[in-house]
Design a protein. Sequence first.
Length: 499
Amino acid sequence: MSLAVVFSRALFGLEAVPVRVEVHVGPGLPAFNLVGLPGAGVRESRDRVRSAILSSGFDFPAGRVTVNLAPADLPKASGRFDLPIALGILLASGQVACTDDTDMAGLVFAGELSLTGAVVSIDAVLAIALAVARDTPGAILVVPARCADVAASVPGLTVLAADSLAHVAAHLAGVSGLTVVAYQTPQAADMTGYCLSEVRGQAVARRVLEIAAAGGHSLLMSGPPGTGKSMLANRLPSLLPPLSHAQALEAMALAGVAGRNQPLDLTPPFRSPHHSCSVAALVGGGVIPRPGEISLAHRGVLFLDELPEFSRQALEAMREPLETGSVSIARSSRSVVYPARFQLVAAMNPCPCGWLGHGVRACRCTPDRIDHYRSRLSGPLLDRIDLQVVLGAVGRGWSSLPLGESSAIVRERVTRCRGLQMQRQGCLNADLAGGALERQASLLPEARQALDDIALRHSWSGRVIHRVLRVARTLADLAGPDVLTRDHVLEAAQYRPAW
């Protein structure tokens, strides 16, 4: 035949949109044309495809080759179209003939070719696999062998591992078959290297960390250097239960879109960007919008150390994602929405020199410098942080203190508390809003009076009151009662100090 159609996928944010790779080989002066809004990476595939076809023992057609990537109004990027383009040329030129039982409409190809004809790894293979399994039940996905195990993490999808163009062509011709990658149940990574028992002392911080883990609450820790802020934050993932299979797929798909293909892992993500990162690096962006750190921490923990040192613009850009659980990156030609339901954990010093409130070392900062330092964190951003705790300096003899509870023991309580929340309301307490919050966080009269008095004294906004109610609901879940008492409200209010 002189015309062949091969199916592939184009990435649009986290969505993999179906693409028809239509190849026509006709008479005329030798030419190789690509149409259908190909990006720079796709346009360069002409040279890769030509060399790969010749290196695989085939002939490149001497006539006019036209490749159309449909739909034509959808931008295409990356080298993942190399394999379907090369197969389309071989089919259209008659060098490869499919067997009678081969259904090309049920095959989806994605892979980049080297000049030798080898099929090399591609990014976002898990996002492609999820889209194929959702949109085309029964379809078969052919991807590079180096990342086929990642695609095979999607249940109900048949994945074939391709190591070379010649091998794929032999599979279509029925000469030899590609290897079917077996599905393997993912497991959570071993978190014993970060155990909460290694934190000696700091009973209040350990308590707050358990509350944050149990309700999915955001947390800000302030204290002098060496009080264990970073150590505590690094141990928060060890208190969290493993992700569900669907949550892990979503988190790993985001990592793949950002160019980090990795085997499926049920361990919640933990991201800790440096304070010099840009707005685009933190919330996502670029000419072709890519996910930022807040999306890479989806279903996991985002730790921002030295919080006031981050740029004001980057911190303010997190305000909407903290509320909505997603971020919309708008460009003139497209708008991409990435999920960003992360648990924020931040740490900061109380002043620029760090020693304000220390029992031994004196602070050298003037009041103006302290005010300027703290003003880097806006009121609306602090309002969105559920738990805020000030850590004191460790005293003498702290190294001889006994070990506390291990992460495994605390994780059992956290898992039980989270299970109660999901059974009762279908979400964690940190995500309660509107009428659901009023129904689930009902207060006894004395508790309501205590909350009203504290809110009036500190001039709390409605957002802060809702945050306190969510924390109080978690405290009640950890303790057992269904109704929030005055003690729950008072303890929750303690975790919102007046900076």
